[in-house]
Structures are given as C-alpha cells and as structure tokens.
Design a protein around this ligand. Structure first.
Ligand code: APR
Ligand code: ZN
Length: 245
C-alpha cells in the first residue's frame, strides 16, 4: 500500500539530501551497490589527495570518464519532482546533494548545494592560488593535455576527495536546525558528515522539536535506525508522489 504523501504546509521548511541513488535510474552508477564505482576503482587511488599526487593522470581519466557519462544521461522523474517542489515552496526547500552530476539543475532546480563538488567544474590545485573554480567540460587523458592555471599550477577536478572538507557546511548545519522535514533520497549513509545529519534531527526531536526524517530508497541505509520513516522503493517510484501541499 503506497504511503500517503508528506503534507507540506505554507510554513514548513523541507531539507532534501540526495545521494547517488537518485541518479541510478538516469543510468549513472552508484558507489556501493553491486557493480558500483568503488567495485572497479580503488577509492584511495582516484578520490583522495594522495591518489592525485601519486597519479594525476589516473585521477583525470576517472573523472573524465564520469564527465562523459554524465553528459549522456538525462534527469529522471525524481529530479523533476524535486524541481517542482522548489517551484512551489521556493526558498523553504533546502536542497543538498552528495552527487557531482548536474541532473538536479538540468531538471530545473535553481538552488542546489553540491557538498561533494561538481563534475563539470575544475579548479587550480594550489589552494593558495585564490583563483575560483570554473566550468570545465574538457576530458583530460594525459598530463600533456592537462589545463594549467595562470599561476602555473595544474588544474584538478572540483570534487571533494576523501580527507577533504565538504562544501557549504555552515549553511547545511544551520538548515538542519531549522527544517520541519528532513528527507534523504538514495544514500547508503556510509559517508560523514552527510550520514550524520539525520542524528541531528533525532536529537532535535528528542528535545521536543516537531521535526520528521524520512528515507527513500530500495533498501534501508546504514543509518536507518535514526530515521522516523523508511519508504522502500526506487526514487522514480516514490519521489513523484512524495509531496502534497
Ligand atoms: N533509487 C533510490 N535509491 C537507490 C536506487 C534508486 N533507483 N538505486 C540504488 N539506490 C540506493 C542504494 O540502496 C544505496 O543505499 O542508493 C544508495 C547509494 O549509496 P552509495 O553508492 O553509497 O552512494 P552515496 O550514499 O551517495 O555515497 C555517498 O560516498 O564515495 C562517496 O563522494 C561519494 O557522494 C558519495 C558518497
Ligand atoms: Zn592557480
């Protein structure tokens, strides 16, 4: 029996956090499902500062491949449903994604926080350079083709690697304290700080706040016990009918 939609009133604030699962039905691999990205690549080799230092060519090949794949994919019904929610509740929706693809934007979402970075952007590898990240659709296969910053340093993917600080944490920490609903779609709950956000909601509820957390995905995530509700199903099965006003 499908669960009833979440009734969003005229004052409710909704925090939506998406993970790789929301892009699965668009054809993009997740990380930890069978056949996922971390099955065919060693994380530390392609998604860490050490991996970049040891073999920048391998890192750029990994991200160039994902850049090319993401370009072939289209947003799905779940991405469109979230963009529609933003159209009706505007800035009462706080959308954060762990994904580095731009499928939320291509579905029409205008305010998207990419806490783990963006595939279609690059930046100077020198943190003291001060130049800004920039839109970059280039595919880099060998060192000879790498883009070089004006300061002379090499350009790297604008991705948050393991051991680096996710982006926009102050805004995320503020929004998690103020939302009335916290909805996570398609994330295994394996990577912090994203996986720890639901425990902030649980703490707020234990202190008397009337706030609810809901997980949407085909299987329960690692942090399932902290959610008020688990709605089992794929993003395209569940998200289009998830919200009602
Ligand atoms: N609809 C919804 N959820 C799905 C679907 C689907 N069609 N298919 C799979 N899922 C769920 C899986 O059940 C799993 O729980 O999506 C989740 C994907 O989990 P991960 O592969 O671990 O991806 P994610 O949680 O986003 O990873 C977090 O880890 O490697 C880092 O930086 C990377 O942002 C990533 C972070
Ligand atoms: Zn530079």
């Amino acid at each position: 029996m499908p669960s009833s939609p979440i009734l969003i009133s005229s004052h409710h604030r909704v925090f939506v956090l998406t993970g790789a699962g929301i892009s699965a039905e668009s054809g993009l691999k997740t990380f930890r499902d069978s056949g996922g990205l971390w099955e065919s690549h060693r994380v530390e080799e392609v998604a860490s500062p050490e991996g970049w230092k040891n073999d920048p060519e391998m890192v750029w090949r990994f991200y160039s491949q994902r850049r090319a794949q993401a370009r072939q994919c289209q947003p799905n019904a779940a991405h469109f449903a979230i963009a529609e929610l933003e159209t009706s509740i505007v800035d009462r929706l706080f959308l954060v994604t762990q994904n580095v693809d731009d499928l939320h934007e291509r579905a029409g979402s205008r305010s998207v926080i990419h806490m783990h970075g963006q595939l279609n952007m690059s930046r100077c590898e020198d943190p003291d350079c001060g130049s800004l990240p920039f839109v970059d659709e280039q595919l880099y296969e060998s060192k000879a083709s790498f883009a070089v910053c004006e300061c002379g340093a090499v350009v790297r993917p604008h991705i948050v690697w393991f051991g680096e600080q996710p982006f926009c944490m102050p805004e995320i920490e503020q929004a998690i304290q103020q939302c009335d609903y916290f909805i996570v779609i398609g994330s295994s709950g394996s990577v912090y700080p994203a996986a720890g956000l639901v425990s902030v909601i649980a703490h707020r509820r234990n202190c008397g706040a009337s706030v609810r957390s809901i997980y949407v995905g085909p299987e329960a995530p690692n942090n399932a016990r902290l959610f008020d509700e688990i709605r089992l199903g794929t993003a395209c099965e569940v998200v289009p009918g998830l919200f009602a006003e």
